[in-house]
Design a protein around this ligand. Sequence first.
Ligand code: PEP
Length: 253
Amino acid sequence: MKRLPMIAGNWKMNTNLNEAVKLVNAMLPGMDKLKGVEKVVCPPFISLEAVKNILKGSSVKLGAQNLFYEEKGAYTGEISPLMLAGMCEYVIIGHSERRQYFGETDEIVNKKMKSAVKNGLKPIFCVGEKLEENEAGKTEVVLTRQVKACSDHDYFTHGAVIAYEPIWAIGTGLAATASQAQRTINFIRRLVTEQQGGDIGGAVRILYGGSVTAANIADFMKEPDVDGALVGGASLKSDDFLGIVRQASEIRG
Ligand code: PEP
């Protein structure tokens, strides 16, 4: 099944407004030309509008890094799906940093998924195991729990993408090997089909995330089940991110 590869940059809590504008302006001309790969940048909330205006008319899409599942009300400091609808196409949901530092449970992640899809936003749904779970051979158990928790709705026919991000590989410089990513992503595909029926698992795009750089992206893109990458650190340097997108486009575009 032909799936459009995707490279998404998660800027996390980096860049103020001026820096975000500078970063997107630096990467846009090179990135806009690259074909056969969907390109997404996910700046902090306060820069979404400025970055959206810069991306207007280009082939690069915008994503948010989070949302709250309620649509409005007394939730000080939160950002609702209604505020993001029409602003961006994608939203990262269930990133391990949100699960780890902000207490997001599988149940909360599922509520966010539901709220995003209801409001026309496409989730980049993050799953992944901790180092100790990996070492104890529990990767598949953890992934099954995380995917199953979000299987009561057809998110994947509404444009949701999965990002497999082993927590031990995020921001550590210790990326999974391409064959580890391939094996685990293939497992997730089979899991999705088992949960959702049809060949949803064959159709859904599944990215790898965790210390992806311009030096290792080619290995990941050569694996048949790996549809691209969610990139953290390397998405903050325009040349590095451009190098990642370029190679993804050359190998799979
Ligand atoms: C991420 O934030 O999703 C991520 C994968 O970060 P890094 O590329 O820095 O490991």
